[in-house]
Ligand binder design. Sequence first.
Ligand code: F6P
Length: 551
Amino acid sequence: MTITVHSSTQPLTKRPAWKALQAHYQQIRPLHLRQLFAEDPLRGERFVVDASGIYLDYSKNRITDETMRLLIKLADECGLRKRIKAMFNGEIINVTEQRAALHTALRAPEGERIMLDGVDVVAEVHAVLDRMAVFSEQVRSGQWLGYTGKRIRNIVNIGIGGSDLGPVMAYEALRHYSQRDLTFRFVSNVDGTDFQEATRDLDPEATLFIICSKTFTTLETLTNARAARNWCLDKLGDDHAIRQHFVAVSTNAEEVTKFGINTVNMFGFWDWDGGRYSMDSAIGLSTMIAVGPDNFRAMLAGFHAMDEHFRTAPFDRNIPVIIGLLKLWYNNFFDTQSVAVFPYNQYLKRFPAYLQQLTMESNGKHVTLDGICVDYQTSPIYWGEPGTNGQHSFFQLLHQGTRLIPCDFIGFYQTLNPLGDQHDLLMANLFAQTEALAFGKTEAEVRAEGTSDRLAPHRTFEGNRPTNTLLVEQLTPKTLGLLVALYEHSVFTQGGIWNIDSFDQWGVELGKALAQKTAAELKSADEPQLDHDSSTNALIRRYRQFKRGQS
Ligand code: F6P
């Protein structure tokens, strides 16, 4: 039997802890991190958590023990513990779609039982994982052949949103562990350039397409999938070739069949798993082919370790909860607008893009679970780049701009690619940035160095910019799983307090519907009757006029 989680009754901004935090903010706002560290020299060893293979230093935040006490009180008042339990138990926490959000079941170890509507979902998950493993090994070993008997050398994942960002991020992150004689490409954009550039140097006889779409109705993915089919058949000339060159990952067997892919070549997942929470499901098929089933399972073990930490650790030792609460502290009390995430690891170059969907599609909501407009800010804007690259472009604004931007820095003790002293240089930069952001440089210090009066203000760093530092031993499949699950659960922590549905995404629907209508207007041979606003009508007319001139 499934239970729907109901919204908590008391409005967030009326809660005692919220009010206490508002008052507390007035005391914290004028304090500088220089002062906080001077008054508490061991702060850098106290405000840390070392758990499940991640060391979190959150001492360089504008907080005191009282701040943390109040934030945790807020989490308690909002029933976060109960919500966590509800999520892990498969209760209907995605209330607008009447679904569970049971992505934690995707990484539950074999033999664990999680019952949903009388079915053990863990057994189902492992049955799919086993099928994925068999298929992956066939491709990796060269046993899976193309229609003309050639070995598959190229794997092209076609999908968008969660059906792309997770796979591409994980492939890039785990490239070191990938089978190097296979080429991986990812096509997402309906802009034909994406498909053309991804396939221009590939041999259709040696190319396998993975069509990833939870719904199998997404315009971009199906358009690109059709382009792929034509590209393939142009060379191979026989519909029967589809069987060896196309597999599907979806929850929608009917649409997969309609497209022409036999469900024998389909890997399923479930409606209780949201797109942006699906890189560890069959959506990760390209990841598994790249790194092999054992590494994929190691990644799942990392996810699971973080799940267990989140589920069981007290909130004051709970990494996702602490990170979620700190983000909320700046977002709702300091009124900051964005959060930057900087992995000091080139393999994690797509991690910020992945986090953008995870955080903003989950928590970019304007009404509570009951449909009441919120009177507080929800998700901040997430962005980032790998270090050190960002230092030489936008870090100027972080250090001396007028906006306060809390940042997460992610670093690793060991590199996968030792090259002279380069890893020390990389990590030195990470540590230096968090120090500079926190403590800055006073005008007096600048002058003491002999800087002229005219230049002193320009060379002064106010500091007091908050950061978290996350240190991990090495980037491995397991630690990637840990990191992704950490952010998933920090998003959940915030959504729980904001009392919003972190698992729906109605905000994408209007644009999709308008694009369907507009596409028909752009393509119509006869002049269409346009009933948009004057701006949109004029843009459509202008585009059509240009097209006419071309033909
Ligand atoms: O339009 C947004 C969205 O629904 C995302 O939530 C999802 O990850 C993406 O589109 C792709 O959806 P699908 O996997 O069903 O093609």
